[in-house]
Design a protein. Sequence first.
Length: 267
Amino acid sequence: MRKVSSLFIISLLLLTTILIKPIYAAKFATSNETEIVLKIGNYYILYTKPASPYIDHKNRLFIPLRSIEDLMGGKVSYDSQSKTATVDWLERSFQLTVNSTIAKIDGQLVEMDTIPVMKQDAMFLPLRIFLDNTNINYNWVSELGFLHITDEHVVAGEVFENFIGNDATTGYKDAFHLDSYTLSNNTITIRAKNILGQNIPEGKSDIQPLVQFKDGGFSVDSYSRPVNPAIPEVEKDSTITVYKKIGLENAEYIISVGRYEPQPTDG
């Protein structure tokens, strides 16, 4: 049986407002906006406690150590004295140390072109070393500026299970690139672009963030049982913003899809 805390009920009651409007990029060039740079399977990864995935000055994508276990099914540990993390994932064992370019893979020394860092009391690791030394399928989508891990077996964590368990939909297709988000006053604002190549009719768009909480509870406005009103028609190649009231206290992860429901004439 899935764990659903009282936070789920409270947060679901808060999911009452959705507003859609065209925007311009310059309008959202604020310090509070966070770029979305990672997608795993069908899910954009917005927030990973204590901070979102990010790209450093060497164009390397970093994620918090714990997310490799919570999202992607690895096993992780951290030695605070040596500041070394051990990651067992996909039949490989990795050891990385804060501020060191030297790592170990299955006991063999390798040199990286960047270093793990501490950020908000959490160790952040360069994702590339794990992807390049396993059989993971991924690609860098340069025109949109994000990394897409396409292996479905990496969609392994509880946060994905909770989304899938409340997602009574079939036949939906990716239609939006989720570009950035902002958190403020228990409101999440998501900027998304229609990349389908055609207009999307009213009520057929699906941009639904799920929040996973520290105690294991979660909140999501399930597309099959929506609380928020339907998204209006989204024109081809246009950019929209989605505003949702949602409980954010004690949030550990936020993920979202960007899909649409094909019409019978779409095939």
